[in-house]
Ligand binder design. Sequence first.
Ligand code: FES
Length: 227
Amino acid sequence: MTQTQTPRSQWVPVALSKMIEAGTSAGTVVNGAEIVVWRDTAGAAHAWEDRCPHRGMKMSFGFVRGDHITCLYHGWEYDTSGTCRYVPAHPELEVPKSICISRYGTAEAGGMIWAYTPLGTTEQDPPPVLPALEGVRSVYMDASVARVSDTLQQHSSAPAGDDAALCNAITLTLENTVVTIGLQQISDGQCALHIAVPEGTAPVTKEALLDWCEDLRRTVEGLEAAA
Ligand code: FES
């Protein structure tokens, strides 16, 4: 197995692209911050604070209509700028523009959706640059990103090198397949690994890769428990 590790930036992978189909949403967490990841029906991905400004309902519980996402609780609708456009209880109301949801910078690369964190920071790094990849699965581990990263380094027979991408990702060569793993820190002791491979990778290779991830999970969680 050979490995390169990309430099860390504030771009964090928050989902595999294929898991957020057009017109759907899902909730996730980065360093304790709750994020709704959703895709409008035109195909654009969005990552926002997962909180409705009205009464605080999670927007990830809501639903997508066209280029609006609607809160499940009282039906307030927000456009892609995060601005509230419609309040069902007051259909004639011109909604104040101050009612809006905070957004993360959002990008898609390498079969993943990326958010620029933390919330409210101006994007200073360019979005990740990765080849077109096929997402395999997101794997969750009760271990820190640092623990996973260190463990991968120890398994590597090659030193960390430079990579064109600037993101929280590790590229491995595993069984003659280049595997890209996006690293999402959920909390100090939890993380998600978003696994992506070149398009057309054989199913048997993907299965072997997931077995390898399961071994990795057992290893890092064992190390975490023993620490
Ligand atoms: S809490 Fe979202 S519309 Fe009321």
